[in-house]
Design a protein around this ligand. Structure first.
Ligand code: HEC
Length: 378
């Protein structure tokens, strides 16, 4: 819409308007555009607004403009530790290219957020950004040092990025080997999809994958052993589980459940609302949902993968379909409209959006208590 000349002129006039509300409406219109907009006529007004100070809305709009002339100011905001992380991340996401000019301060923000237990949504955004950004060798080393301890979804972002052809030329054999070493140290290894791992390393010489292979095979075997534990763990939850302690685990944010599930008024609704889950699921099914989310995918929560015409791909739950395209909800909780023109193909995955491996963040007692708590919700 904003790419049509008449509309673009209208937005330009609104941006220069004396009333704040009108200027904000223009920013909102820009921020609501799918993809990058052609903003030649607005650049001066946007620049003037940025000089006065960055609001989240202005940064959202700039993320659809992605002009080199804003990079210096945006990098400065990203580097300003007195500003909230969410604002600094928005500034980073608005940089013109895939972070060709990623400053050390901006990089530090990304790596801090990447492992920040308090902000799951920002963590995912940071993970996607790190995985898709051109990093210096020193930045790669710092990122890969954190990777094995990051959350399962955040680690998965790198595999997803490696599987994109445009990224192949960024990854040398040596770097590929370093990535393989980092992943082989990950406790989440057994949660990665085999086909994705193969694809991620498929463009490198086989010897690179061989660095990872022994650990990956061992992790897959450990999964089989874990399957045997389903029954015993369910029994323990029935006999020894402490619902009050489990509630404390849930509310502490441990295991990240609260980032995606709502119980009563607390939490997010990326996954199903669990307020009455104990009425429809018994201990064994609850344990299974946590240990192996992809065994049984709850109704209407099928995960879809979209390959876009720019070579990137995104994962999400389908929220709505319209004449314009498909609205999806990403794991970060953000909704996003993918227009028909930008979708090259799509596939329904057999994996859950709920990451496997979350039980690795809980002790056995915490897991059993958590299950007892969920079972008590009726
Ligand atoms: C990244 C988001 C995310 C996180 C984090 C997450 N879940 Fe889920 N969860 C989902 C989604 C999406 C589904 C629905 C798809 C499925 O069934 O696998 C789901 C399904 C479930 C179900 C099955 C619900 C039903 O109706 O059968 C249970 C139980 C559950 N999650 C519990 C948890 C617990 C406990 C945690 C924390 C250890 C957790 N989830 C963490 C997204 C998440």
């Amino acid at each position: 819409m904003a790419n049509l000349p008449g509309v673009a002129k209208g937005i330009a006039q609104m941006l220069a308007h004396e009333k704040v509300a009108v200027r904000q409406a223009a920013l909102r219109a820009i921020a609501a555009q799918p993809g990058k907009v052609n903003a030649q006529t607005w650049l001066a007004s946007l620049e003037a607004q940025l000089a006065k100070g960055a609001s989240p809305l202005l940064l959202d709009a700039l993320a659809h403009v992605k002009e080199k002339r804003f990079d210096a100011s945006l990098n400065a905001i990203a580097a300003d530790t007195t500003k909230p992380s969410s604002l600094r991340l928005k500034a980073l996401l608005a940089l013109s290219s895939s972070g060709e000019d990623l400053s050390d301060a901006a990089f530090k923000l990304l790596t801090d957020l990447f492992v920040d237990p308090a902000s799951p949504g920002l963590r995912m955004d940071a993970a996607a950004r790190l995985a898709n950004t051109k990093l210096t060798p020193a930045q790669w080393d710092a990122y890969l040092a954190l990777l094995p301890n990051a959350g399962p979804l955040e680690q998965n972002e790198l595999l997803v990025a490696l599987a994109v052809p445009q990224n192949y030329k960024r990854i040398s054999k040596d770097l590929g080997r370093k990535i393989a070493v980092a992943l082989s140290k990950s406790a989440m290894l057994g949660t990665f999809r085999q086909d994705l791992v193969r694809k991620a390393f498929g463009f490198l010489p086989r010897e690179v994958y061989e660095v990872l292979e022994p650990s990956f095979d061992a992790a897959l075997a450990a999964n089989d052993a874990k399957r045997e534990r389903l029954g015993p763990l369910a029994q323990m939850a029935v006999k020894q589980g402490d619902p009050a302690a489990g509630r404390a685990v849930y509310e502490s944010g441990k295991g990240a459940c609260i980032a995606c599930h709502k119980i009563g008024a607390k939490g997010n609704e990326i996954g199903p609302n669990l307020t009455k889950i104990g009425g429809i699921r018994a201990e064994r099914e609850l344990v299974e949902s946590i240990l192996f989310p992809s065994y049984n995918i709850a109704r209407d929560y099928d995960l879809n993968s979209f390959q876009l015409t720019d070579g990137t791909s995104v994962l999400g739950l389908i929220q709505a379909r319209s004449a314009e395209g498909v609205t999806i909800k990403e794991a970060s909780g953000q909704s996003r409209l993918l227009t028909n023109e930008t979708i090259a193909s799509s596939t329904q995955l057999t994996t859950s959006l709920m990451p496997a491996g979350l039980d690795g963040m809980l002790s056995e007692k915490e897991l059993i208590d958590l299950v007892a708590y969920l079972r008590s919700l009726k």
